[in-house]
Design a binder for this molecule. Structure first.
Ligand code: OAD
Length: 250
């Protein structure tokens, strides 16, 4: 039975022959796991909070306790979530192509839970705690329940190990993402509004480097018009079928 995806035979042939694949996921890839996305107003993560009140270094300096309250709430939300069929399909893709680079803007760790390995966490990870002093910057697993946890190494405040607005992407993540983007045969963008840079720039960079670019999103985005192959679908529905088009073994 033909799948719901309207893939041309030419595109199917390209997927079958693909050897180096790059995937960029955004919040939409976790939406079917019950985690609100950022910019869908009615249920969006920010419907309850103003991002500039919380996801910036200035907000943390101004009111670290409030920022920790938000991130503890987000951790509880994510801990109740399970990977969806889209996460599972991407984990399986690693066994079907010689080279897969999975870049995620998400900080929820659901790709890891689904079995993906060696993930490029472009915006960090919600469950990492890092010393707020750049001279220390030690990561700490368990944290005390204090309103603002303290670094066991230097005593400064701990902060969530995520990238805040106005902060640079970790150098190793940016380098790996840019290199994979420039050398891939197929670039799949899933569940992102393509509104936050430099992550959004990877999609155009892949197209400029000659990759076949596929965008999976039920809605239009700022890049929809430039994506050669738009799959207007939800990720948990589209990814299993799309992954099935790749070669059977790496
Ligand atoms: P957004 O909330 O901006 O966009 C989510 C996208 O997912 C939208 O385009 C939706 O149409 C789409 N979507 C919703 N449900 C979907 C589904 N079931 N399947 C596929 N797509 C679906 O989230 P991001 O693009 O990830 O950065 O936002 C990028 C960054 O903005 C985040 O990483 C975060 C935020 O600022 C930082 O915190 C640094």
């Amino acid at each position: 039975m033909p799948g719901a995806l309207a893939l041309s035979s030419a595109l199917r042939a390209q997927l079958r022959q693909a050897r180096r694949v790059c995937v960029l996921t955004g919040a939409g890839a976790s939406a079917e796991s019950g985690i609100p996305t950022f910019r869908e107003a009615q249920s969006g993560l920010w419907a309850r909070y103003d991002p500039l009140e919380l996801a910036t270094p200035e907000a943390f300096d101004r009111d670290p306790a409030l920022v920790w309250t938000w991130y503890r709430w987000r951790r509880t939300l994510v801990q109740a979530a399970q990977p969806n069929a889209g996460h599972v399909a991407l984990a399986a893709l690693a066994n079907r192509v010689p080279e897969l680079t999975l870049i995620t803007q998400n900080v929820d760790g659901l790709h890891q839970q689904a079995g993906s390995r060696d993930i490029v966490e472009f915006h960090g990870n919600l469950f990492v705690n890092r010393c707020a002093d750049p001279a220390c910057a030690q990561e700490t697993a368990a944290i005390c329940e204090a309103e603002v946890p303290r670094c066991p190494h230097c005593g400064d405040r701990l902060r969530p190990g995520v990238v805040w607005f106005g902060e640079a992407i970790p150098g190793h993540a940016l380098q790996r993402a840019q290199s994979a983007t420039e050398h891939c045969d197929v670039f799949i963008s899933v569940g992102t509004s393509a509104s936050v840079w430099p992550a959004a720039g990877l999609i155009g960079a892949a197209a400029d480097a000659g990759a076949t670019v596929i965008d999976i999103n039920p809605h239009e985005t700022e890049l929809s018009a430039t994506c050669a192959h738009r799959l207007i679908a939800k990720s948990a529905r589209a990814l299993p079928e799309l992954v099935d088009c790749f070669a059977r073994s790496a």
